[in-house]
Design a protein around this ligand. Structure first.
Ligand code: E4P
Length: 217
């Protein structure tokens, strides 16, 4: 499973990129607002840090203006992936852009039927929001299961990008289902490394090593 980080903050992106485990970045208008940075400038900086897809979202609601915004965004770098909402105009834009060889991430997906439409529109990625789905009394992981089944039934190439990930269990469940990608805030990705027994084990080994009086270097 590919790991994307869901942020527009440069330092956490740099830190995760240095692990060699980061495959891409997703941003959205709220994350850009939170960063306080200029959209184009910060996207350019992120694209230079990470080789994989960097999602940059259009804000227009009509196809024609979405295309104009996408034109500006895709010039930022070769690894920009245009993010469009799951609407009629969004999918029209998706079809036009992917037909042209541009990567497209269709966002704000909350049903398997919506995911089916996005795949038919040639989306590179579909972003079902598991956390927000859970918050509204649905089961986000059930949604991923349905989309996996449907995409496999028809051999769709669209990658399932599990979004709105809130905790490490979302990552585990998404991986069990065989989601292609997950995007999570930096804190959730860092939490994946942690286990209380790993920390305890290191502590014990170091204590015993100190007793030997030896050093490797
Ligand atoms: C995905 O691309 C979105 O940016 C993101 O995952 C939304 O997550 P949220 O529900 O935590 O805002």
């Amino acid at each position: 499973m590919k790991f994307f980080v869901d942020t527009a903050e440069i330092e956490p992106i740099r830190e995760l990129a240095a692990t060699g485990l980061l495959d891409g970045v997703t941003t959205n208008p709220s994350l850009i607002a939170k960063s306080g940075r200029d959209f184009i400038e910060v996207t350019k900086e992120i694209c230079a840090i990470v080789d994989g897809p960097v999602s940059a979202e259009v804000v227009a609601l009509d196809h024609e203006t979405m295309m104009k915004e996408a034109e500006i965004l895709r010039k930022i770098a070769d690894n920009v992936c245009i993010k469009v909402p799951l609407t009629v105009d969004g999918l029209k834009t998706c079809k036009a852009l992917t037909g042209d060889g541009t990567m497209v991430n269709v966002t704000l997906c909350f049903s398997a039927n919506q995911a089916l439409l996005a795949a038919k529109a040639g989306a590179t990625f579909i972003s079902p929001f598991v956390g927000r789905h859970d918050d509204n009394g649905f089961d986000g992981i059930d949604l991923i299961e349905d989309i996996r089944l449907i995409y496999d039934n028809y051999d769709f190439a669209t990658e399932i990008l599990v979004a709105s990930v809130r905790h490490t269990n979302h990552v585990l469940q998404a991986a069990r289902i065989g989601a292609d990608v997950m995007t999570a805030p930096p804190a959730v990705i860092h939490a994946l490394f942690k286990h209380v027994l790993t920390d305890k084990g290191i502590e014990g080994f170091l204590a015993d090593w100190a007793k030997t009086g030896q050093s490797i270097l």
